[in-house]
Design a protein around this ligand. Structure first.
Ligand SMILES: *[C@@H]1O[C@H](CO)[C@@H](O)[C@H](O)[C@H]1NC(C)=O
Ligand SMILES: *[C@@H]1O[C@H](CO)[C@@H](O)[C@H](O)[C@H]1NC(C)=O
Ligand SMILES: *[C@@H]1O[C@H](CO)[C@@H](O)[C@H](O)[C@H]1NC(C)=O
Ligand SMILES: *[C@@H]1O[C@H](CO)[C@@H](O)[C@H](O)[C@H]1NC(C)=O
Ligand SMILES: *[C@@H]1O[C@H](CO)[C@@H](O)[C@H](O)[C@H]1NC(C)=O
Ligand SMILES: *[C@@H]1O[C@H](CO)[C@@H](O)[C@H](O)[C@H]1NC(C)=O
Ligand SMILES: *[C@@H]1O[C@H](CO)[C@@H](O)[C@H](O)[C@H]1NC(C)=O
Ligand SMILES: *[C@@H]1O[C@H](CO)[C@@H](O)[C@H](O)[C@H]1NC(C)=O
Ligand SMILES: *[C@@H]1O[C@H](CO)[C@@H](O)[C@H](O)[C@H]1NC(C)=O
Ligand SMILES: *[C@@H]1O[C@H](CO)[C@@H](O)[C@H](O)[C@H]1NC(C)=O
Length: 367
């Protein structure tokens, strides 16, 4: 009898635990879902049922989370904490969520991210949404460290859009060997470097729309070529169609299969080129060759000028000669006379030399 009562109480308790739902949340056991949406919560509520697979605690005022926030929630596969005020994520905050596959932290203010912030036991995490989640671009250094130390080898999707990132630390994604989709749209990236996408061997989609890319350097193009099976999106960047952009334009023409939005890419600057398709940008339209022709013309002009100057100097020389003609004539006559004297002297000597007797006389006389 007592045994039966105990059993009944136990079952009732268990039932009430199962039926329980944290205040200000909605729980559906059938759907394995708990939602605490826009309820002004300041912290993660306690008493979330163990059956929960989909947990939404969004649009609240939560500012701190830590390892104690998610105890006994081994069945949660999808966790969304978007639209809160979370500024710090401690190491191992999500470690206890052994089935976690999708973590959404979008629209938060992460200023401090500890090195093992995204570690999940068993490496089950597949999707990480950090869209508009970083407080400022300084947090990207913390992020790089935690992407390295959080054992995210099975991550397949990473959303870093809307974060005002101005650069990506070297090799930031190098420990995400299984990443398939990377969203970097609506940041302020100005360059792709030779180590920006190192290690993303399986990447299938890379979204770089709405950034601050004016062109892509040879280094950046090589980096993108190192992702041969990746579909790229490059639209809405302020491409600047001056002479230096030719290698990029040629690369685009070559890589049409690779760049999914290639047809829509247009120049943003200079104003005269605005809205010109990047595929129509060649050396001719840029006027780079005209500039070369201009250089040739300048060279020719300088030759002509040199010729004129030399001619002028020649004329002056002739004029000076003309003015001095009398003196010159006199000098020429003098010279002629001098020559004649020398010649006659020589001639005379020659005659003496050619007569052996005379020569003997002269040599004996000299002796
Ligand atoms: C998690 O789900 C399994 C299977 O549905 C269940 O047996 C287990 O009790 C659940 N865990 C918790 C803490 O409720
Ligand atoms: C849970 O996350 C997966 C991605 O891992 C997604 O496909 C699925 O739609 C999500 N489910 C819910 C209820 O949000
Ligand atoms: C890891 O996953 C396997 C299979 O899903 C499971 O059997 C094991 O208990 C998990 N280990 C931990 C520590 O959660
Ligand atoms: C990430 O979250 C944002 C905002 O909540 C959403 O618009 C976006 O689609 C999500 N990204 C992915 C890959 O699901
Ligand atoms: C970003 O925020 C951190 C922490 O609040 C602050 O120390 C740093 O100066 C900020 N960086 C920029 C570029 O605003
Ligand atoms: C880009 O991100 C900023 C916040 O960083 C946001 O205010 C803006 O609406 C976003 N723009 C688009 C087109 O999504
Ligand atoms: C990438 O290259 C640009 C210019 O080439 C440079 O200013 C920037 O510091 C480099 N970034 C990294 C992370 O090396
Ligand atoms: C990447 O660029 C830097 C400087 O721009 C250079 O020192 C380095 O050798 C390059 N690395 C590779 C792998 O090309
Ligand atoms: C683009 O490539 C095609 C061949 O794929 C070629 O016929 C065309 O001339 C190229 N256009 C430019 C501007 O180089
Ligand atoms: C650029 O083209 C788009 C559509 O092709 C048009 O809506 C826009 O007004 C054009 N802008 C300029 C500055 O010509």
């Amino acid at each position: 009898m007592l045994d039966l009562t105990l059993r009944f109480v136990f079952c009732a308790l268990l039932g009430s635990v199962y039926a329980s739902c944290p205040p200000r949340c909605e729980c559906s056991e059938a759907a394995h879902t708990v939602k605490c949406v826009a309820k002004d919560l300041r912290s993660v509520p306690t008493g979330i049922p163990g059956y929960t697979r989909n947990l939404f605690i969004t649009g609240n005022q939560i500012s701190r989370i830590g390892p104690e926030s998610f105890k006994g929630l081994e069945n949660v596969t999808n966790l969304s904490l978007s639209n809160n005020r979370i500024s710090e994520v401690e190491s191992h905050t999500f470690s206890g969520l052994r089935s976690l596959r999708s973590l959404d932290l979008s629209n938060n203010q992460l200023a401090v991210i500890h090195p093992e912030a995204f570690t999940v036991q068993n490496q089950t995490l597949r999707e990480l949404n950090l869209s508009r989640a970083l407080y400022n671009h300084t947090s990207v250094m913390d992020l790089a460290t935690s992407l390295r130390w959080s054992s995210l080898g099975s991550l397949q999707g990473l959303d870093l859009s809307d974060n005002s990132l101005i650069f990506l630390p070297s090799r930031i994604f190098s420990h995400l060997a299984n990443l398939r989709r990377l969203q970097l749209s609506n940041n302020s990236l100005v360059a792709i470097n030779n180590s920006t996408f190192t290690g993303l061997e399986r990447l299938e989609e890379l979204d770089l729309t709405l950034n601050a890319l004016r062109t892509l350097t040879e280094e950046g193009l090589e980096e993108l070529d190192s992702l041969p099976s990746t579909a790229l999106l490059l639209g809405e960047n302020p491409f600047t169609c001056t002479c230096g952009i030719e290698p990029f334009a040629l690369w685009l023409n070559r890589s049409q299969g690779h760049v999914r939005d290639v047809e829509g890419l247009v120049c943003a600057f200079p104003a005269s080129m605005r809205n010109t398709s990047m595929l129509a940008v060649g050396s001719l339209t840029l006027g780079c060759q005209q500039r070369d022709a201009g250089a040739d013309l300048a060279l020719q002009t300088s030759y002509v000028f040199l010729g004129i100057v030399l001619g002028f100097i020649g004329l002056i020389f002739l004029f000076v000669l003309y003015l001095n003609r009398k003196g010159i004539k006199k000098r020429i006559y003098d010279m002629r006379d001098a020559c004649r004297e020398v010649w006659e002297g020589y001639h005379y000597r020659f005659e003496i030399d050619s007569d052996p007797r005379l020569s003997q006389v002269s040599t004996s006389a000299e002796a």
